[in-house]
Design a protein around this ligand. Structure first.
Ligand code: TYD
Ligand code: MG
Length: 464
């Protein structure tokens, strides 16, 4: 129906065209035309001359001051999976929309099936819309997960209008759409999974969530680069964005909140993939350490803070003779930052890697975004270059600036206590993070406080 209403709108200038063109007829920009249903959504053609067009609507909507609006706290329903509730900020929120992304096979469908089943058993109506798999494949998974006699309703459907109609008729407390890329609306001519389709379908489902109070969870695919395929726009539309991280080869999975209107961001939940689905790991601080019988060159344990929990992650570096254009490669760490740290190492600590290949890796597929990893990365690089391991039980953290200064990391004391608890004995940390003179020491941990990267290098050399 209504195919004639289809319109292509330029994302640059808002110009329109009745058919898709490579070049915008209004502003001449290339590849900016995106299909849209006429009159629907923001940014549509109808908004172009909104000054005059909508003047008659002034006063049609009610205005109120902030103090007149009743501020109600959001009602959350715990899913019963503690680690998932932790990232969600306590549970699912009625009318909230959550986008969950991750590599294929990482466990999105598994986690959500477990969550909706737990909710259903707690008396919340749950609907699982499957577009990727058939109903019997979902049933097979639920059997594998040991979810006997599950009352979760399953709908194998990919047409948006039919999905919304079913949702409207059943009004579940939670609905999972697995995945948003398979859903299409017959109002658009574009193929399912295209930016226009994904955006339009997500907008409709979001509107449904807000008006009905159903909590909607959208499963999204990620591209090779790690972003949600095509529709980064989705991230702005939804309330919560969760990403699965971790190496599909290891059994651990991390779910991180990238955005959360109802909770803290960067909070993570840690799971282990078992024969019977995902199980929460309540004490994850030591899972990202590889076990070396004896210390090896190029390995440093970093104490990082993921959300509210300190975690220990092994940082590995390999520095090796490079060709005419040496490579810099990082896994789990920012590559631009690596280039910067190499420059700081050279300039302020006299460690030159110009003609060397440099590889760094955060063990276990975890992604580390905080600059507090700097010191550990630099010590790992130096250790590999010199071929000298750091002493047994060594940890480090701290940000390093362009001037070679070592800056404090947030909540240093907590990090140090966690390291001591796990039996680490030597730490190189920023001065401001070390316990003050006269303050209680951290038992079992010898702390070397440093102000500059040169000092850190000196300390390490003395430890050899
Ligand atoms: P899945 O949830 O289908 O991933 P996604 O929806 O993100 O693509 O996860 C599939 C993987 O998990 C698959 O490789 C098999 C594994 N798995 C287990 O190890 N144990 C289980 O109980 C289940 C259901 C899956
Ligand atoms: Mg899946």
């Amino acid at each position: 129906m209504a195919k004639d209403k289809t319109l292509f709108v330029c994302s640059e200038c808002g110009g329109t065209s009745p058919k898709w063109l490579g070049k915008c007829p209004s502003c001449g920009a290339w590849n900016t035309l995106v299909e849209q249903v006429a009159g629907a959504g923001a940014g549509g053609a109808a908004n172009n001359r909104f000054g005059t067009q909508f003047a008659s609507l002034a006063g049609a909507s009610e205005l109120s001051t902030l103090s007149e609006i009743e501020a109600t706290d959001v009602a959350r329903t715990p899913t019963g999976l503690d680690e998932l509730d932790r990232v969600l900020g306590g549970g699912i929120v009625s009318g909230g929309v959550t986008l969950i992304g991750g590599d294929p096979g990482i466990g999105k469908s598994t986690l959500l099936l477990q969550a909706v089943d737990a909710l259903q058993r707690a008396g919340q109506n749950a609907l699982y819309v499957t577009g990727e798999e058939s109903g019997s494949q979902v049933a097979l998974r639920s059997k594998r997960l040991g979810l006997d006699h599950s009352q979760v309703q399953v709908l194998a459907e990919i047409q948006l209008e039919k999905i919304i109609a079913t949702l409207d008729a059943t009004r579940p407390a939670i609905a999972v759409i697995d995945s948003i890329q398979t859903v299409y609306s017959d109002q658009l001519t574009s193929a399912p999974g295209s930016v226009a389709q994904v955006r339009e379908c997500a907008a409709h489902l979001t509107r449904f969530a807000k008006t009905s109070g159903t909590a909607v969870v959208l499963v999204g695919h990620v591209t090779k680069e790690g972003a949600l395929a095509g529709p980064r726009v989705l991230e702005h539309m939804v309330d919560t964005v969760l990403y699965f991280e971790g190496d599909t080869h290891s059994s651990f999975r991390l779910v991180r909140a990238i955005k959360n209107r109802f909770g803290a961001v960067n909070e993570i939940g840690v799971f282990a993939m078992t024969e019977r689905g995902l199980k929460g790991v309540t004490n994850p601080s030591a899972i990202f350490l590889s076990q070396h019988a004896e210390p090896v060159p190029g390995s440093v344990v970093l104490v990082t803070l993921e959300g509210t929990r300190p975690m220990l992650v092994e940082i590995q570096a390999l520095v090796d003779n490079g060709g005419p254009s040496p490579r810099r490669l990082s896994v789990g760490l920012d590559r631009d930052r690596l280039a910067m740290l190499l420059a700081v190492l050279h300039r302020h600590a006299g460690v030159a890697c110009m003609d060397q290949d440099v590889f760094v890796n955060a063990v276990g597929g975890v992604r580390i975004s905080e600059p507090a990893a700097d010191l550990a990365v630099m010590l790992a690089i130096t250790s590999s270059l010199r071929g000298k391991p750091l002493p047994k039980g060594f940890i480090a953290f701290g940000e390093v600036g362009l001037a070679g200064e070592v800056r404090p990391a947030p909540r240093g004391q907590e990090r140090l206590r966690e390291a001591a608890k796990l039996g680490f004995s030597v730490a190189v940390v920023p001065k401001a993070n070390a316990p003050r003179k006269g303050a209680k020491e951290i038992e079992g941990l010898t702390i070397h406080a440093v102000d500059r990267i040169e000092e850190a290098m000196d300390v390490v050399r003395r430890l050899d």
